[in-house]
Design a protein around this ligand. Structure first.
Ligand SMILES: [Zn+2]
Length: 280
């Protein structure tokens, strides 16, 4: 059973100077932020600090900060990056509050198409599956809400509805944002490959560590039933593209733990992507 702090993860503290010289026995580890919104939020421990992925609400920002301070015993200045797997409100809604609590050096990471969203050159993708695919996921995810702030985003950007999909204003300066291309992750997280995994949206991105065979997949794959069988997300921009993405991943990576955008992380064998279910 995966928990917020997996048992094989051990943070080693430098008792001489705990403020900045915290060393990790093992890098690349992923911590699951306890239920704090509609989407899952994760904290990655890297060689030079932390990366928070998909803080989607004010509650997620608060819960991630609590995990970092209390479970990891680290200051929020250790957060080097706050990243989004894609530009949907339930994955970006807590980035602003979290950034405000971190240090001035903390950077925001977005997939490259988001630069075009922010500059008005491209609109958010229209989505299919509003009635058939989204309600069951939303209802199941809502069980993880503990407080009102868990459901409250700090921005109305990232809503893929006709009247709202032009809204891309952020609650933080765009100068704090980077738009890394696929390939090695940012400094301190080079072993986390950034993979373009379009289909749910055009900008959808995943993070993959070959070292630990861990895949943080955003809304590409869901795992709501906790039955060890992930589901390819039917609420998506393009079902052909999302299926192509899954087929490509089956041939290029071999995760043994998948951290989904909604639902619980789960472990499997080297061929666990072969067991992903398509429900259309
Ligand atoms: Zn999404």
């Amino acid at each position: 059973m995966l928990r917020g702090a997996p048992r094989h993860t051990r943070v080693v503290y430098d008792v001489v100077n705990t403020s900045c010289s915290i060393a990790f026995q093992r890098f690349f580890m992923v911590y699951t932020v306890p239920s704090c919104g509609f989407a899952r939020c994760y904290v990655i421990a890297g060689s030079r600090g932390l990366m928070v992925v998909d803080p989607g609400s004010r509650g997620a920002a608060r819960a991630a900060a609590r995990l970092i301070r209390q479970e990891l015993g680290m200051p929020l200045t250790a957060v080097r990056y706050v990243a989004a797997t894609h530009f949907h409100i339930d994955h970006i809604g807590g980035m602003g509050p979290l950034l405000a609590a971190c240090g001035p050096e903390t950077r925001l990471l977005f997939p490259p198409p988001v630069h075009d969203y922010l500059t008005g050159r491209r609109r958010l993708n229209r989505m299919a599956g509003w009635l058939s695919a989204l309600p069951p996921v939303t209802l199941a995810a809502a069980r993880g809400l503990r407080r009102l702030e868990d459901a409250l985003p700090a921005t109305l950007a990232g809503i893929p509805l006709p009247l709202l999909h032009r809204r891309t204003e952020l609650s933080f300066p765009v100068e704090r944002c980077d738009f890394p291309r696929t390939g090695a992750g940012p400094p301190g997280f080079a072993d986390w490959e950034i993979l373009a995994t379009p289909g749910h949206t055009e900008d959808s991105t995943s993070f993959y560590s070959r070292e630990t065979a861990a895949l943080i997949c955003g809304d590409l794959i869901l795992h709501m039933k906790q039955d060890g069988r992930g589901v390819l997300n039917a609420f998506c921009w393009n079902r052909d593209v999302i299926l192509d993405t899954l087929v490509r991943l089956r041939h290029t990576i071999a995760p043994r733990t998948v951290y989904p955008g909604h639902g619980e992380p789960w472990e499997g064998g080297e061929r666990m992507l072969d067991n992903i279910v398509k429900q259309w």
